[in-house]
Design a protein around this ligand. Structure first.
Ligand SMILES: [Fe+2]
Length: 244
């Protein structure tokens, strides 16, 4: 049975191993670890003793940020910013809201939610000077990926299981555009930072969460009847540098 010391030694060994891997191999290892963390968090390993599950989860969660160069250590929860971002104007929020509504008919199902990509307003705003300045100031050098997606969770039972994202969304600005619900039970965004309690977010319309989506496991719990959520997600890559 794995002790806490063994799990911690494993994190160290994986971290050392990652320095010898190619970028593609590192991405593969990150994917395997994220699948493992997601599996445990989703309750797919109930047959395994709890202490082993916990130490395996801890080892994967602590290892993920170590596989990625950049400003991770400064942000132990993975959260860079939460609130009404100074990097978006009210006019931009309104333009995103309008475009999100207009893109809904062409959104495609991806796993258990709907996604519309290739939207010009969202792409242009994701590349704006104020956003780039805010991110560079917060985490060091970044590269926009031109990935700007509208996300829709607007049928009962939609959501996304615990996962980490790929490089295109290593740093994610997730902005709530609308969250309608009729009862007290609502879908929520949950982050699972290593060695800490899960963090639950109920973003208000216009609020953003800026977080390291490639290294902190996250999920959206399932929507209930009469609930509808529209979000916009901008993806950036971090480029090592002064904060490394
Ligand atoms: Fe994600």
């Amino acid at each position: 049975m794995a002790s806490a010391e063994e799990a911690s030694a494993l994190v160290q060994r994986l971290s050392q191993l990652s320095t010898d891997l190619t970028a593609a191999e590192r991405e593969n290892l990150k994917f395997l670890l994220s699948m493992a963390a997601g599996g445990v968090l989703s309750g797919h390993a109930q047959h395994i003793p709890e202490d082993l599950r916990k130490s395996a989860l801890g080892a994967t969660q602590h290892s993920l940020p170590k596989l990625i160069a950049g400003a991770r250590e400064k942000f132990p929860t993975g959260v860079v910013f939460h609130g009404r971002g100074p990097f978006l104007t009210d006019e931009e929020r309104e333009a995103l809201d309008r475009e999100s509504r207009s893109c809904r008919p062409r959104a495609e199902r991806f796993l258990d939610h709907y996604v519309a990509s290739g939207a010009p307003v969202a792409r242009d705003i994701s590349l704006s000077g104020p956003i780039r300045a805010f991110l560079t100031e917060s985490v060091g050098p970044i590269a926009p990926t031109r990935r700007a997606n509208y996300l829709y969770y607007d049928e009962p039972g939609l959501g996304i299981d615990p996962h980490v994202d790929k490089d295109e969304f290593s740093l994610n600005i997730l902005t709530m555009l609308e969250h309608r619900s009729s009862g007290p039970q609502r879908s929520e965004l949950i982050l699972h930072p290593p060695g800490r309690e899960a963090m639950r977010f109920h973003l208000q319309p216009g609020e953003s969460l800026v977080f390291f989506a490639d290294s902190v496991t996250h999920q959206r719990t399932r929507t209930v009847a009469d609930e509808a959520i529209r979000l916009v997600s901008f993806g950036y890559r971090t480029l090592g540098g002064t904060h490394e």
